[in-house]
Write a protein that binds this ligand. Structure first.
Ligand code: HEM
Ligand code: HEM
Length: 181
């Protein structure tokens, strides 16, 4: 179980924990991995490795992992049941964020986040990552990346279309609300 702490992969220079935290809790724009569905983690690592999802650090990290190591590290993070470590700080409005998460905003074609990400944003295996407890800076950055057409690894997720319907303030609000859960 020290797998992720000591680092994995041949010649791996960094451990996951050095960026994602000792317990996989994440830090600012580095996401929480604890409790994410293993299949979701596996997909993201393959996407970083192939360049479908772009990030300089994660390109190097993912390329250094074998398929077996990817499976192992994904299962390791999935089973970590860590209470939320985050709090709001993005300057959003919590009540607006709650409405977006639970009900959506049908007049601007934004569906309820929880219709896919779980009734409390806890995620749904295999493909829907948890949003509750995720770093609010990271959530905001991902929404902005989809809006700008910069995260392109999962067009079937519909996240690009959803983000394009959201104002920057709505992104702040939903990121902050999710950080209260
Ligand atoms: C993102 C896994 C090491 C920095 C991610 C994601 C996964 C992951 C699965 C996507 C999470 C999501 O979509 O919610 C791992 C594993 C590692 C590792 C298993 C060790 C083998 C590192 C290291 C760094 C790092 C060493 C820093 C040098 C980041 C950053 C992101 C990220 C900044 C966000 C990328 C973005 O904004 O799109 N990592 N990681 N990771 N990781 Fe790692
Ligand atoms: C991924 C936010 C609604 C399906 C994500 C991620 C964020 C997010 C931040 C990336 C998480 C990460 O990298 O760990 C939201 C918000 C929503 C919303 C704020 C409401 C405004 C939805 C809905 C669906 C959906 C309604 C289903 C139609 C997905 C899927 C992924 C995802 C499948 C994973 C994409 C991948 O595999 O790369 N969402 N989401 N989301 N979302 Fe949403």
């Amino acid at each position: 179980e020290t797998l992720a702490i000591v680092g994995v992969g041949k010649g791996q220079a960094w451990s996951c924990a050095s960026c994602h935290g000792e317990a996989g809790q994440g830090n600012l724009s580095t996401p929480r991995l604890a409790g994410l569905p293993a299949e979701y983690i596996v997909k993201q690592l393959h996407d970083f490795s192939s360049g479908l999802r772009t990030n300089e650090s994660m390109l190097v990290v993912a390329k250094g992992l074998s398929s077996t190591e990817i499976e192992d590290v994904a299962r390791y993070y999935e089973q970590i049941g860590l209470p939320s470590t985050v709090s709001p700080g993005m300057g959003g409005e919590l009540e607006r964020g709650r409405i977006l998460a639970q009900q959506g905003d049908w007049k601007s074609n934004v569906p309820a986040c929880f219709s896919c990400h779980g009734m409390s944003g806890e995620g749904v295996a295999p493909g829907f990552p948890a949003l509750a407890g995720q770093q609010p800076d990271y959530i905001f950055a991902q929404l902005a990346a989809w809006q700008a057409g910069e995260r392109k690894n999962s067009p079937q997720s519909l996240m690009d279309g959803i983000a394009k319907q959201m104002s920057v303030q709505d992104m702040r609000s939903v990121s902050d609300y999710l950080a209260t859960l």
